[in-house]
Design a binder for this molecule. Structure first.
Ligand code: GUE
Length: 284
């Protein structure tokens, strides 16, 4: 079998069309959706992602504000900016790009963002609501993955799902969202004894470990759906996922490419959360 690709660029274009429509309606009512992005330090990968986010806003009619700080910025300065943005009714989403320089306690920074404007879905309150199956902002990457699975009509209820990685921003919320939809979820990580034992049983496998070409075809059940959340840069400068695409696609039924898979969907769902936040503000 050779897997078919799930095209994150094409799906993004479709979803962003709907987002642009909602943004236009809000703007006509006098509430233009608006996202503030805070970037600390000059990490080149972060700069690329932030640029993509700002470009996504522009294309969908969302206003974007960018605040940049040097790598040695004082945390107080960033906390002050977050407080100012929290209080500004014209701002609907606030995102602090991760990773932050080491003088920052990232959890404290994320907690300083008003939960109503936490369009990343990283605030402890929103994560708690997600765990309880209540309305919050869904974290963008796992939500984008769910959108891809639903668009492809992948059966989630009753499926064996294996998530590799247990980060707060991808692995854990991904497991929770699959669980909420009725999958039997196994979370694997660096201490897992026999990873292939688990992955070979999976109908759906999500790789979010941050190690290039880590998941190979021999670890995958024939016909499985393979979702690659990894973004690794190889020494030659090329982007590559956590999945060994060439061997995996010979075994899987559906697979997401890198680039052009989950990455663009992450940004699309950020735009969706921003519009959602503006809709809630317009109703309030
Ligand atoms: N507060 C916060 N929120 C985030 O959502 C967040 C973050 N911090 N820190 C870093 C990670 C990473 N992330 C990506 C988003 C888009 C692509 C993306 O668009 N990737 C393109 C390729 C981009 C390229 O050329 O490098 C693709 O896969 O096709 C990748 C990675 C968001 N993150």
């Amino acid at each position: 079998m050779t897997a078919r690709n799930i095209d994150g660029v094409a799906l993004s274009a479709q979803v962003r069309g709907e987002i642009a429509q909602r943004a236009a309606e809000l703007t006509a009512q006098g509430v233009q959706p608006s996202l503030a992005v805070i970037l600390v330090g000059g990490d080149p990968a972060s700069a690329v992602y932030v640029r993509n986010k700002v470009a996504g806003c522009e294309k969908t009619g969302i206003r974007s504000l960018k605040f940049e700080y040097p790598a040695d910025a004082a945390p107080e300065e960033v906390f002050a900016k977050i407080a100012e943005l929290n209080a500004d009714p014209s701002v609907h989403g606030i995102l602090v790009q991760l990773p932050l320089p080491k003088q920052f306690d990232a959890d404290k920074v994320l907690e300083a963002i008003s939960p109503e404007k936490d369009v990343d879905g990283f605030h402890a309150e929103n994560f708690g609501l997600l765990l309880q199956g209540r309305k919050s902002f869904y974290p963008c990457t796992p939500w984008g993955v769910m959108k891809m699975l639903d668009t492809e009509k992948v059966e989630i209820k009753g499926a064996e799902a294996v998530v590799i990685g247990r980060s707060n921003i991808v692995g854990k919320p991904m497991a929770v969202m699959l669980l909420a939809r009725g999958a039997t979820v196994t979370v694997c990580h660096s201490q897992t004894k026999d990873l292939a034992f688990h992955t070979k049983r999976a109908d759906i496998v999500v790789a979010a470990v941050g190690r290039a070409k880590f998941l190979t075809g021999d670890m995958i059940k024939p016909g499985a759906v393979v979702i690659d959340v990894g973004i690794n840069r190889l020494p030659d400068g090329k982007l590559c996922g956590d999945v060994d695409f060439d061997s995996a696609r010979e075994v899987a039924s559906l697979i997401t490419p890198v680039p052009g898979g989950v990455g663009p969907m992450t940004i699309t769902m950020l735009l969706a959360n921003t519009v959602e936040s503006a809709e809630r503000a317009a109703k309030a």
